[in-house]
Design a protein around this ligand. Structure first.
Ligand code: 13P
Length: 257
């Protein structure tokens, strides 16, 4: 059985004092109700990279895992402003979000660049969470499936049979991000099923059953249960609702079936 992953993407929010307070609040909630983390789920927080050291410290001794929101594909070099996989590893980062729509659309990241980052993460044994998602216009034009499958195919270029089991996917429809408009559980489940179908086609049943596919886009404490109780929705990537301890704690404790 795939464990559900409830993942916080803080985006460009909070300063270290706020981050420490949020994590203290979250740990108090989760530790008080330890069943919240019983066996069937995992929790991850991806802070802005400058706060990774502070968050790593605040998470010491916790089962909450540490993620990054992006990284460069090279180990080191003349890449002003960038962060490398070994830097992330040195702070205990286990997951990295790659190809987030804000990186694709605001910063113009290409499928080719994102693919290089996926391969670099796998090489360094950081779990890449490869994000795919169609824009509002593509959605309205009925092109959602075509777009996400293309992004997936290109993102997976060169990912071996051995490596694929070490990665995750996230379906984040651009029109649902930060908009309060969530994909319906049925809409998301249908895209997730198609994404899993690609893994089955390119790899095999065992890998298709292994790869976790998260949903992201206006997930809240109120809609998380209906989304993650779907068989192909293996968790949530949460932006806005992850910035308050009580709301993210409720998401962490979501009903999974
Ligand atoms: P919101 O939850 O704020 O819609 O953001 C989703 C997202 O982009 C997570 O990566």
């Amino acid at each position: 059985m795939r464990k559900k992953l409830l993942a916080a993407n803080w985006k460009m929010n909070l300063v270290p004092t706020e981050a420490r307070a949020l994590i203290a609040g979250l740990r108090a909630e989760i530790d008080r109700d330890s069943a919240a983390l019983a066996g069937d789920r995992e929790v991850m927080i991806a802070p802005p990279s400058i706060m990774i050291p502070a968050v790593a410290q605040a998470l010491a001794g916790s089962s909450i895992m540490l993620g990054a929101q992006n990284m460069h594909f090279d180990d080191k070099g003349a890449f002003t402003g960038e962060i490398s996989p070994p830097m992330l590893k040195s702070y205990g980062v286990t997951h990295v979000i790659l190809g987030h729509s804000e990186h694709r659309h605001v910063f113009g990241e290409s499928d080719e660049l994102i693919n290089k980052k996926v391969l670099a993460a796998l090489k360094h044994r950081i779990i890449p969470i490869l994000c795919v998602g169609e824009t509002h216009e593509e959605h309205d034009a009925g092109r959602a499936l075509e777009v996400v499958l293309r992004q997936l195919e290109r993102g997976l270029e060169g990912v071996s049979h051995e490596a694929i089991g070490g990665m995750m996917l996230a379906y984040e429809p651009v029109w649902a991000i930060g908009s309060g408009r969530t994909a319906t559980p049925a809409q998301a489940e249908s895209i997730h099923g198609a994404l899993r179908g690609v893994i089955l086609e390119r790899y095999d049943r065992q890998r298709a059953d292994l790869v976790r596919i998260l949903y992201g886009g206006s997930v809240t404490a109120d809609n998380v249960d209906s989304l993650i109780s779907k068989p192909d929705i293996d968790g949530a990537l949460v932006g806005g609702a992850s910035l308050k301890a009580d709301s993210f704690a409720r998401i962490v404790k979501a009903r999974t079936h």
